[in-house]
Design a protein. Structure first.
Length: 136
């Protein structure tokens, strides 16, 4: 069985949020399909902390859109309905979306992986190098 990484692997990958723990378990067991670049469970520290963890190994960043039903603080640092972040290779995105739809798994488009800047809704949170050694 192919092992999925928990860190983002390349600039340009598309990011999705998954809302079901059962779906995450299913995605983990279906990793041989090859369209998932990384899968990272969201920690109790929130989406922002989890995104930073995903970026650190390869010194990548993200450009995401918040959830209009939540304040930015609730979305980034609170306990939300989202349980995992999935990154998908751009060339495989159609296969991923079809897979999710055909298996009844809810996924929300979050954004994409960038070269190193951390952005949400046109606001910069600096660069991943600013966060090295600070995620514990």
């Amino acid at each position: 069985m192919k092992e999925v990484k928990s860190s983002f692997t390349q600039k340009g990958d598309t990011l999705y949020l998954v809302t079901s723990s059962e779906a995450v378990d299913y995605l983990n067991s279906s990793i041989d399909s090859g369209f998932i670049s990384s899968l990272h469970r969201i920690s109790g520290k929130g989406i922002f902390h989890s995104l930073v963890e995903c970026c650190l190994d390869n010194k990548l960043g993200f450009d995401i859109t918040g959830d209009s039903d939540l304040t930015d603080e609730e979305f980034l640092y609170g306990n939300t309905k989202y349980v995992a972040i999935v990154s998908v290779n751009d060339a495989q995105e159609g296969d991923f979306v079809n897979f999710m739809f055909s298996h009844g798994i809810e996924a929300t488009l979050l954004g994409h992986v960038t070269k190193g800047e951390l952005r949400m809704d046109d606001n910069s949170f600096g660069f991943i190098s600013d966060y090295a050694g600070k995620t514990a």
